[in-house]
Design a protein around this ligand. Sequence first.
Ligand code: SAM
Length: 358
Amino acid sequence: MIRPDFVPTLNRLFGDISNNKPVQATEDELVYFLSSQNAEEQQLLCDLAAQTRDYHCGKRMVVRGLVEFSSYCTNTCFYCGLNRDNTRADRFQLSPQEILSSADLVHQAGINTIVLQSGEDGMKAELLADIIWQIKHRYDMAITLSVGERENDEYKIWKEAGADRYLLRVESTDPELYRSLHRGRELASRLACLESLQNLGYQTGSGMMVGPPGQTLIHLARDIQFLYSREFDMIGVGPFIPHPHTPLKDSPAGSVHLTLRVVALLRLTTRNAWLPATTALGSMDKDYRVEALKAGANVLMPNFSPVDAKKKYEIYPGKRCVTEKAGACAGCTEGIAHAAGLETDWTRADSLKRRGEG
Ligand code: SAM
């Protein structure tokens, strides 16, 4: 049964749709919504989030072309199939020429943002800077990097070469939980990287998985508070999916419905962040990306990596469309947007926070 105070609480906190400042919510209030077990409550939460998205970001879904260029990684994140201790992983690294060919496919698909993602493979900063420069030189494209923790100077070199945006999930804002998911890594260094990126003027994205072992609703509530109060331009959340060749192989996957409530609460609190309907949400028992868009998300990232690379970039098993030809995912894009009642937007779609659209 829907809780008697649900609608009054929802309206009191988030009912003023036109308010364009981040909406603060207490830990208890966020846990109250996160803990919902009722389909009608979930629907009301998602509907208000979708209306809030339409008001602040437009009734549209923006498209970013994803290129996964290296699966080598020096990290040992306990949840991730790319972790260096996974000796069964078949590793690859695209050559600069292959990365440029993938950028060409993104451009040909009419997409104006490319996301370059890799494991922490230690690629020389100057080499990546050169690739960034060449992409910028050829196309008027926004470039997003997602290559993990690096030195401030390296982030600076890439920014100067033309990178516009950077995605680095915080993974958890709780130092203990963070430690339990990583070996030899500290939350403080993650936070320092995020601060460097924001100070250097990157449009910065962060986020976390929903449901890794040890994560509670209180952790999630605090993560949400962190994400809206730091005014990230983009926030990605997806369910944890156990990978068979990692220490967390026997842990259950994160809940799709809880993930959708997190997406809705991020929309209701941040107002205008770009929120992707993540590939992880598309890789569960069915594709839940349309549901994410109906819960306030507004970004889709079709995959433009070469087929062989897509298969080998196995963060978690069951990744959607790995056998499709490079760029074929772009074909489904409009259908996904329409199923959620949205138009497809192919522009660069810069941050709505600092510099307006454009
Ligand atoms: N190396 C870069 C970094 O650390 O930011 C980018 C690549 S990393 C594989 C991208 C994201 O994948 C991580 O931030 C993590 O949240 C997510 N991820 C890794 N393993 C996952 C799993 N088993 N289930 C769901 N998401 C996972």
